[in-house]
Design a protein around this ligand. Structure first.
Ligand SMILES: [Zn+2]
Length: 44
C-alpha cells in the first residue's frame, strides 16, 4: 500500500516497503509494485 503524507503543504506518496517519497501517486504505486522490501535503502 502507498501511504499519503502531508509535508510542506504538499501531498506525497510513500512506498510502504522502503519509505521512498514520491510526488506522483501513480509513480509511487508503480514503484511499490517493483520495490524489493528485502533490502531497504531508506528508513524513516
Ligand atoms: Zn519502495
Amino acid at each position: 500500500m502507498v501511504n499519503t503524507v502531508e509535508r510542506d503543504g504538499q501531498t506525497w506518496y510513500e512506498c510502504e516497503e522502503c519509505g521512498l517519497l514520491l510526488e506522483d501517486e501513480t509513480e509511487a504505486k508503480t514503484h511499490e509494485e517493483n520495490c524489493s522490501a528485502e533490502e531497504p535503502s531508506y528508513l524513516q
